[in-house]
Each structure stands twice: as C-alpha cells, then as structure tokens.
Design a protein around this ligand. Structure first.
Ligand code: AMP
Length: 221
C-alpha cells in the first residue's frame, strides 16, 4: 500500500495522514524529516540542504529527488509520502520513477483548504503549558481556548514563535498554492492522470477533524 498526501500547512495533514498510516502500517516518509535527520547527523547532504532550509526555500531537485526516491525504494511495508512532491517537476519525476520501478500507487489524498483559513489556523494555534496535545486554536471555533486559558485543563497558553511568523507562513503557502509550477500543480498533475490506477480522495479541510476522519475512513478500502 502506497499513499501520497497533499495539504497546506495548517490543514490537519498530520492528523489525517496518521489515520491512513496506522490503518495500513505504513512507513511515514516525510521529506522535511529526512532533511532534519541529515542535518542532525552532520552529513554532506544535510550541510547542503541546511542553507536552503534556513532561508525557507526549497532544497534543489538534484538533492531532493534522488534522496526521496532512495528512501521510498527501501520501504518494505509501503509508504505514506508527505511533503513530496512540492512542485510539478517533482511530481512528474516521482510518477516516472514509480512507473519505471513498477511500484503501484494506491491512493492520492488531497486536503483542500482556502489559503486565508490555513493561515488563520496556523496563527491561531496555542500551546498549553501542561500538555502540548490539548487542542486550542483561536482560529477554530470548536477548539477555541477558554478566554486566555487551555480549554481542556485551564493551563496557561502561549503561541509558538514560528506560528506567528507571517512572512514564513506566506512563503510556504506561496509554494503550496502555486498551481503553475508549485505544489498545487503537482497535486493537479496526479488528479488529472488518466489510468493512474490509484484512487483520488479529496477531503474538505473546512469540516471538523472528526467529519474529515470519518469521510477518509469511508473512502479507504
Ligand atoms: P517541512 O518539514 O515539510 O516543513 O520541510 C522543511 C524544509 O525542508 C522545507 O522548508 C524545505 O526547505 C525542505 N523540503 C522539504 N520537502 C521538500 C521538497 N519536497 N522539495 C524541496 N525542499 C523540501
């Protein structure tokens, strides 16, 4: 079982991806995490990638594409690929490689969320001092904090600094929502593939987490 997941930062991609990952016991292959591992290990690839990552830019394709394809080829239990492809070129190269290696893609999942809502959600995230898993978001009514306190336990809330960096959020969303050469272009490339042999599942990111989950589960065999 191999799955590709698309969704902008702030769309709940992690939460929904986990459902598919756990259902089929998949390797979670996340391009950003692979880079972070290389950086942590001080590898040559990590050193090269770091200069781009620190600027919030995409790491060049000649580094990224072979790195991701190599990790995919070593997966034994099947994969959930997240964070790749982020551009049309990466999408085309991925499809080409899968075809060449005879690897079946089973599902492509897209979480659709308007850009302004995605941004409000990221900027609205609040972190509980007692438990980081307590959901609090001033941008999502059903999990709005209790005044300035955690809605679950009443703990003190803070905002993560990087969640408040509007320039960084805009830069990421510029890449994601670019439907000419960016991530949306890659997403549309898969959506429009004829005879791709996979099921395309589109999720409405504006619905509640549980509604999205339920729909996703109903669509997976
Ligand atoms: P992420 O954890 O997905 O936010 O990725 C962290 C950083 O890694 C990104 O800001 C990019 O600099 C780099 N990166 C991750 N995935 C890709 C990709 N598919 N292509 C190019 N750069 C990437």
């Amino acid at each position: 079982m191999n799955i590709l997941i698309f969704g902008p930062n702030g769309s709940g991609k992690g939460t929904q991806g986990d459902i598919a990952k756990e259902k089929y016991n998949l390797d979670h292959i996340e391009s950003g995490a692979i880079f972070r591992k290389h950086i942590g290990g001080g590898t040559e690839l990590g050193l090269k990638a770091k200069e781009y990552i620190n600027k919030g830019e995409l790491v060049p394709d000649d580094i990224t594409i072979p790195m991701v394809l190599d990790v995919l080829s070593h997966s034994k239990s099947g994969w959930l690929l997240d964070g790749f492809p982020r551009s049309l070129v990466q999408g085309e190269k991925l499809w080409e490689a899968l075809q060449k290696d005879g690897v079946k893609l089973d599902y492509v999942i897209e979480i659709k969320l308007p850009r302004d809502i995605a941004k409000a959600r990221i900027m609205g995230r609040r972190l509980c001092a007692n438990n980081p898993n307590h959901p609090n978001n001033v941008g999502i009514p059903v999990i709005a904090p209790d005044g300035d306190k955690c809605r679950v336990c009443g703990g003190a809330l803070t905002a993560r600094e990087d969640d408040q960096d509007e320039d960084a959020i805009n830069k990421r969303h510029d890449i994601y929502y670019d439907d000419k050469t960016g991530t949306m272009a890659a997403c549309n490339y898969f959506k429009d593939l004829k005879d791709g042999g996979f099921k395309y599942i589109q999720l409405d990111g504006e619905k509640s987490i549980n509604e999205i989950k339920e729909y996703l589960v109903s669509q997976l065999d």
